[in-house]
Design a protein around this ligand. Structure first.
Ligand code: RP5
Length: 171
């Protein structure tokens, strides 16, 4: 089925949703159509394969894979598509998220996964937006405005710090 979405966000479990929400929120803020699915490299491997092999034909341009633990989701998606795959490692019940981080970032040569920090859903969305901005001037413009707003907030904090001093300043 053809998709309106440009970004396909896949998470290994609904327990990943609190982090994935940050990713979906920034995509929404940047007006980038995205779809979100629950699929597991371990529990529903056939669906993951089907999704990845159809993704490009359906019109998706970038995939984001969120998973925790022995997080193979991003790597398996990447194995079945030439679309760029962004890995979003989720902090699990042990090992401080290092298990998921290494599972994604340490892909063997040949099948890369562009991995963001543990639980950094916002960066996963932004990186997807930057990929899309290479061929979409409107998205690029919105990303530039986003960067300007980030800079502005630092400038305002500094101004407040200078006025209130470090003892009076509350972050
Ligand atoms: C991974 O296992 C999921 O991405 C999730 O982060 C983790 C735990 O899944 P649940 O047991 O909460 O469903 O596949």
């Amino acid at each position: 089925m053809q998709s309106e979405a440009l970004v396909g966000v896949v998470m290994g479990s609904d327990s990943d949703l609190p982090v994935v929400k940050d990713c979906l929120a920034i995509l929404e803020e940047l007006e980038i159509p995205a779809e979100v699915r629950i699929m597991s490299a371990h529990r529903t491997p056939a669906q993951v394969m089907e999704y990845a092999t159809q993704a490009e034909k359906r019109g998706l341009k970038v995939l984001i894979a969120a998973a925790g633990g022995a997080a193979h989701l991003a790597g398996v998606l990447a194995a079945y598509t030439l679309l760029p795959v962004i890995g979003l490692p989720i902090l699990g019940r042990s090992l401080a998220g290092m298990d998921a981080l290494f599972s994604m970032v340490q892909m063997p040569p040949g099948i890369p996964v562009a991995t963001v920090g543990v639980n950094n859903g916002r960066n996963a969305g932004l990186l997807a937006a930057q990929v899309l901005s290479l061929t979409d001037a409107a998205i690029k413009e919105r990303l530039l405005k986003y960067r300007q707003s980030l800079a502005q907030s630092v400038v305002e904090k500094d101004r407040r710090l200078q006025g209130e001093g470090f003892r009076g300043y509350s972050s």
